[in-house]
Ligand binder design. Structure first.
Ligand SMILES: C[S@@+](CC[C@H](N)C(=O)[O-])C[C@H]1O[C@@H](n2cnc3c(N)ncnc32)[C@H](O)[C@@H]1O
Length: 258
């Protein structure tokens, strides 16, 4: 126990606070009814939306710099939930989707995924823009990149990303999303993989990406699908004291470059 207290004392403040908030993302109750209303059109359940909201609120509280990126938008219900916690009139929300539904699954996605027809999850840009507007994001803070990732990811990209939500199901889509946007995430920013527990290809893409990038992220799970982590968080030794002493840490944020 003494070891935990020492670790708690010497862990960087932003790490301590982040773990506290992320644990809250997994365990706490819904933040407000507006979030559920915004997320109604999402392909995510209430618990997953809650985790998105709380991890986004954590990023806002720690004042992590950068924009928000969602790869796999559908009708915008999830990114609107994130926006409710994070938009401040200055961050831009970058939305990447074909808006023609899913591409065909490939070999690494498993037999069930391959049995599904291409074109599922067909959302519209109009609905996604509307969802973000309802969350309070001004139109000039929304960048929609409609088309296949391998075309749109080459267009001008955000300079820095504070929150990266990847909800694109298949191996190729998830791996390309990680390769393109992870390097842009600010230390202290949050990365959420929606489909880690649902789709074999998404899980494989994660492990292939961390292997090729030689990173060892300290991951959390939120429910059966999501996997999330804070870029640069290096350990959880302080976890026990943080859980038992909520609210005692100041919200300072000291970015590190890992
Ligand atoms: C599960 S849906 C996204 C759900 C949404 N985030 C929500 O919570 O409501 C997956 C989306 O990813 C998009 N998608 C997947 N792979 C893509 C690719 N390679 N290029 C463009 N869009 C892609 C599909 O069009 C689909 O809208």
């Amino acid at each position: 126990m003494r070891g935990f207290r020492l670790a708690d004392r010497f862990a960087p403040g932003w790490v301590r606070l982040s773990v506290e908030r992320l644990s809250a993302a997994i365990t706490a109750r819904p933040p407000d009814r507006m979030v559920w209303s915004l997320g109604r059109g999402a392909l995510n359940d209430a618990a997953a939306l809650e985790a998105l909201y709380r991890s986004a609120a954590d990023v806002a509280d720690r004042r992590v710099s950068g924009d928000v990126v969602e790869c796999g938008v559908y009708n915008g219900g999830s990114v609107a939930t994130v926006a409710r916690a994070l938009h401040d009139g200055r961050r831009t929300f970058w939305l990447y989707d074909s808006f023609h539904g899913m591409p065909p699954a490939g070999d690494r996605d498993g037999l069930f995924a391959q049995s599904l027809p291409a074109g599922e999850c067909h959302g519209t840009e109009r609905t996604a823009r509307h969802a973000l507007a309802r969350a309070g994001v001004p139109a000039d803070r929304i960048q929609v990149r409609a088309g296949w990732f391998h075309d749109t990811f080459t267009a001008p990209l955000p300079a820095a990303v504070c929150y990266l939500h990847i909800d694109a199901d298949w191996y190729d889509s998830v791996l390309l999303s990680l390769r393109t946007f992870y390097p842009l995430v600010t230390p202290g920013g949050v990365i959420v993989l929606d489909d880690f527990g649902w789709w074999e290809g998404a899980r494989r893409a994660f492990y292939d990406f961390v292997a090729e990038s030689r990173i060892h992220p300290l991951v959390d799970r939120a429910g059966p699908g999501q996997l999330l982590w804070i870029k640069g968080a290096a350990h959880h030794r302080h976890l026990a004291p943080v859980w038992h002493a909520r609210g005692q840490h100041s919200p300072e944020f000291t970015p590190t470059d890992q």
